[in-house]
Design a protein around this ligand. Structure first.
Ligand code: NAG
Ligand code: NAG
Ligand code: NAG
Length: 200
């Protein structure tokens, strides 16, 4: 008498299980605690985008007359991405870059906060941005830590002394415009990265 009446379905099932195991073991593990931080990062960028109009508090007409001299803050990240940038985007490199840029914006926004106070302009809009940039850089720092990536050194440029209201307004416009571009592209980069392994 046979113990197993017909072994072939059993063998088939066993093979299937082995295959399933091999398949799941060869896939990079989806890391929930890691991948779930993309959403709060994107939320901070969204909030920053919504704020970007009011950093200088000028009307469109005033903007046109003011926005003549830009690119005066050399250490401000000038984001110029292209489609090619996305195809080659790597989690570690892209997030390191994002971290460095976030820190640079934070530094400039904090500097602007003081500059605006000095000429008696409201520093509240800069404070709001600083808070979001602070949270974003903390999330990025944690993320890099979790993927065992070295935390890049934040920049420490020397920023100018802004003596007139006119100067401060121009700096406000410049930071505001570049921050807007930064938010737009960074959001796209994060939305792209979260669809790649290990988060796909
Ligand atoms: C997932 O993330 C945690 C940190 O929250 C880390 O300790 C762990 O090594 C990660 N796992 C994988 C498979 O990457
Ligand atoms: C990112 O990781 C890849 C391998 O996964 C490695 O070859 C590359 O050097 C890393 N890049 C950075 C900037 O750490
Ligand atoms: C604001 O004023 C203080 C005191 O005069 C000065 O040290 C600082 O450099 C000024 N900040 C900016 C951004 O101009």
């Amino acid at each position: 008498m046979k113990l197993i009446p017909d072994s072939s379905p059993c063998l088939f099932l066993l093979l299937l299980l082995v295959q399933l195991f091999v398949y799941s073991a060869s896939r990079p593990a989806h890391n929930h605690s890691l991948c779930s931080t993309f959403s709060p990062m994107i939320n901070h960028l969204d909030s920053l985008s919504k704020l970007s109009k009011t950093l200088h508090g000028l009307t469109d007409h005033e903007l046109i007359t003011m926005a003549t001299a830009t690119n005066r803050l050399d250490a401000l990240p000038n984001i110029q991405h292209s489609a090619a940038h996305f195809n080659s985007a790597q989690l570690n490199a892209s997030l390191s870059e994002l971290y460095v840029d976030t820190q640079a914006f934070r530094l400039h926004v904090d500097w602007l906060k003081t500059a605006r106070k000095n000429v008696s302009l409201s520093s509240h809009p800069a404070e709001l941005r600083s808070t979001h940039l602070h949270h974003l850089s903390k999330l990025l720092n944690n993320f890099l830590h979790q993927i065992h990536e070295e935390i890049p050194q934040p920049p420490s440029p020397s920023l100018p002394f802004a003596s007139t209201t006119f100067d401060v307004l121009q700096y406000s416009i410049e930071i505001s415009e570049k921050l807007k571009v930064f938010c737009f592209w960074s959001k796209r980069v994060l939305n792209h990265l979260k669809k790649l392994p290990p988060c796909a």
